[in-house]
Design a protein around this ligand. Structure first.
Ligand SMILES: Cc1ncc(COP(=O)(O)O)c(C=O)c1O
Length: 381
């Protein structure tokens, strides 16, 4: 199938993912592992192709959020260590062990259930412990870690592999809170060492810290957004060349000129003041194109910007093509990406939709086919 056989689709440039992972790996150096964060369908880019590309390009580990993501990796033959960053149910323990996933353990009850399953499977399961140093979300408080780890010693089928924390604001230019968090984490490490416990894999850095805080790189880093070529902070130029991997396209469905006084779309939020040539395009909130973009964002047609008029609907949106010559049915429309030297970024859409670039790509729904491109060729996903 040709890319342009799809009405509405995303193109994921795997060369860009490979480039970004290689660049991040070069940035952290040979002694630091890259754990590619591929949760949430690789931030909307596609779990399997992204995971495979990252592993071919210097990542040695993966990070996921749900057991289902780990199962999908294993069923596809991806065998790299996969860390479950978040909370899991006790009822998911058997699947975790059966699929060789690495859980984050924060309760002794959870550890006991895991140890029993590990014994049943005749395995020793690597586990990570998370310490909450100021995110206020998940993980043990710093003072709970040493006693917890000492208690873990009684589970002979569990092996403490990693200790991690997560930063709340590492993307901001003011690094003071992040350094406070890092300091709390390092103090826990010191206490563990004093108690005779050494941690083989110490990891704390998300993209903001990977890019800007080399002292936090430790044994492994966990870049997510940067791997996709997007900036954790759109206002800060990263020290690494990052290439956005995802572009989003649709086509013009119909072009007409509306007379003055015509209302466009639900809610009649846009009324034409003059003869207005408009194009109907095949994207809507049913694709994950946010309704907050109504009357705010633009698209590219024939290399020119066309502003959205009226409300974004479930399947369609209308754009004003005034001043763009020759617009016709089936013309390619760029929603994210470049055309004729003009560019619309996920950050630009995020600003209009009052959100972050993360949510723009992650929010693209399954109805959007992802087309994978490598070396200029379409490749299987
Ligand atoms: C625990 C953890 N580590 C790393 C990441 C990656 O963060 P980023 O995409 O900002 O690099 C996330 C993402 O939410 C996370 O939850």
């Amino acid at each position: 199938m040709n890319v342009h056989d799809h009405l509405t689709y995303a193109v994921v440039d795997l060369d860009a993912i490979a480039h970004n992972v290689r660049a991040l790996k070069a940035h952290v150096g040979p002694d630091v592992e890259v754990m590619a964060v591929v949760k949430a369908n690789a931030y909307g880019h596609g779990l399997l192709p992204v995971a495979r590309t990252a592993l071919e390009s210097g990542a040695t580990r993966l990070a996921i959020a749900r057991v289902s993501e780990g199962i999908a990796l294993r069923r596809a033959g991806v065998e790299a260590p996969a860390l479950l960053l978040g909370y899991t149910l006790q009822s998911e323990t058997e699947a975790i062990v059966a699929h060789n996933l690495t859980p984050t353990v924060t309760t002794l009850e959870g550890a006991a259930v895991l140890d029993r399953q590990a014994e049943r499977y005749g395995r020793t399961v690597p586990i990570h412990v998370k310490v909450d140093t100021g995110m206020g979300r998940f993980g043990l408080f710093p003072e709970e870690v040493v006693p917890f780890v000492q208690e873990l010693g009684r589970f002979s089928h569990l092996r403490l592999e990693g200790l991690f924390t997560h930063f709340a604001v590492s993307e901001l230019p003011d690094k003071s809170y992040t350094l406070e968090q890092f300091d709390k984490y390092c103090r826990v490490l010191g206490e563990l060492e004093a108690a005779g416990v050494s941690i083989p894999l110490r990891h704390v850095a998300n993209s903001g810290a990977v890019l800007d805080l080399p002292q936090t790189h430790l044994d492994a880093v966990r870049p997510g957004i940067a791997m996709y070529g997007l900036r954790p902070n759109p206002d800060v130029a990263p020290p690494v060349d990052l290439r956005p991997a995802l572009s989003l396209y649709t086509h013009v469905g119909r072009v007409r000129t509306l007379p003055p006084g015509s209302s466009v779309s639900y809610g009649r939020t846009f009324i034409t003041e003059r003869d207005t040539p408009v194009a109907l395009i095949a994207i809507g909130y049913g694709d994950g194109y946010p309704r907050l973009l109504s009357n705010r964002a633009s698209v590219l047609i024939r290399g020119r910007r066309a502003p959205i008029v009226g409300r974004v609907c479930m399947d369609h949106t209308v754009v004003d093509v005034t001043g763009i010559d020759g617009v016709q049915q089936d013309d390619l429309v760029v929603l994210i990406g470049e055309q004729g030297g003009e560019r619309i970024t996920a950050e630009e859409l995020a600003r209009h939709a009052e959100t972050i670039n993360y949510e723009i790509t992650t929010g693209l729904l399954p109805r959007i086919p992802r087309i994978y491109v490598r070396g200029g060729e379409v490749v299987p996903g």
